[in-house]
Write a protein that binds this ligand. Structure first.
Ligand code: NAI
Length: 319
């Protein structure tokens, strides 16, 4: 089978997420045009991607069936948006999280887009109605929110605008599957999408437990990394319920009352400031001082862990 796919993808914005998306798309055999406003940024991004692909190949973690050089040769840089988008099948916008900037970019894309190309945003928290309302090609617009770093963490939240055509959602879903990502569909937009709503619920209760002096910041993090997180890398909270009793109904029978009782003690939303902020900051900085050198070293370690976890998940795949 020819590993090179039909159709070309455009990445708009070649920063952290744009480069990661480019690597994911070429691993799936797609041609990619990496667009940014400044040539210097594009050149830097292409160099960075080339280096990363080679390193991944060296440690046996390069995705896809093409070699690093072959994957790199699928990426072309561009500073001409119109030329980049012409003939493309899919555009993944990855510019800074700024509503006015993104709206301006989608207006530009709207003017040059064909009636077939999908226009997608990587936004972490801007709602589709804020980004796409009023665009001529709104039917072709969607949010495809990745998780950093998308090369190792495959989840992509697909969030439609109320006027997004169902076929845009389905085609984006199929494309994400094809490049080895793990797409999930939201039926309509909601602030925080699904991932950040879950994440904020956890952060909120973590903050309260530490703020109330019930547990230390370090131990709180262990509850997740050596406790819940161990299983959550493989099964979600709902399947956990199903397996932790004789099925879901039995779990609800057994634990419904207890869950409601505990949840009633959850108090108001923390202010994420003041004494608790100081306390948590001190504990975090004790382990990893908040300067670029220490933060980057720890991030590198985290990404190494994710590489190994991705490998393990692949070996353990149940479907
Ligand atoms: P970044 O700051 O690393 O990269 C942004 C890129 O956009 C830069 O290369 C910049 O030169 C370029 N840019 C600025 N104005 C532009 C324009 N008018 N046209 C084309 N390119 C332009 O930002 P990052 O972290 O890559 O984030 C991009 C998007 O991805 C944001 O919407 C963010 O919310 C989202 N995202 C970020 C995650 C993260 O952890 N960093 C995770 C998931 C989503």
């Amino acid at each position: 089978m020819n590993p090179i796919q039909e159709g070309r993808v455009v990445i708009v914005g070649s920063g952290l997420i744009g480069c990661s998306w480019a690597m994911v798309f070429v691993s799936g055999g797609f041609q990619v045009t990496l667009y940014d406003i400044a040539q210097e940024q594009v050149t830097k991004a292409l160099e960075k991607i080339g280096k990363q692909l080679k390193e991944l190949e060296k440690i046996g973690m390069l995705k896809g069936s093409l070699k690093a050089d072959e994957q790199l040769s699928l990426i072309k840089g561009s500073t001409d948006l119109k030329a980049a988008v012409e003939g493309a099948v899919y555009v993944q916008e990855c510019t800074p999280e700024n509503l006015e900037l993104k709206k301006k970019i989608f207006c530009q894309l709207d003017l040059i887009a064909s009636n077939d190309v999908i226009l997608s945003s990587s936004t972490s928290c801007l709602l589709p109605t804020k980004l796409f309302t009023g665009l001529k090609h709104v039917k072709q617009c969607i949010v495809a929110h990745p998780v950093n770093p998308p090369y190792y963490v495959p989840l992509v939240e697909l969030v439609p605008h109320p006027e997004t055509d169902p076929s845009t959602l389905e085609k984006t879903y199929a494309l994400m599957k094809k490049i080895g990502q793990s797409p999930v569909k939201l039926t309509k937009e909601i602030d925080g999408f699904a991932l950040n709503r879950l994440q904020y619920a956890i952060i909120s209760e973590a903050w309260r437990l530490v703020g109330d002096g019930i547990i230390s910041p370090a131990d709180l993090d262990l509850v997740m990394s050596d406790g819940l997180g161990m299983r959550y890398a493989f099964i979600g909270p709902l399947e956990t319920m199903h397996l932790n009793a004789e099925g879901m109904l039995n779990y609800c029978d057994r634990y419904r009352e207890g869950m409601i009782r505990v949840l009633k003690t959850f108090g108001p939303i923390p202010d994420f400031a003041g004494e608790t902020e100081q306390k948590i900051n001190e504990a975090m900085c004790k382990e990893t001082p908040a300067d670029p050198e220490h933060l980057n070293a720890r991030r590198q370690w985290r990404d190494d862990c994710l590489v190994h976890l991705a490998k393990l998940k692949k070996e353990m795949k149940s479907d």
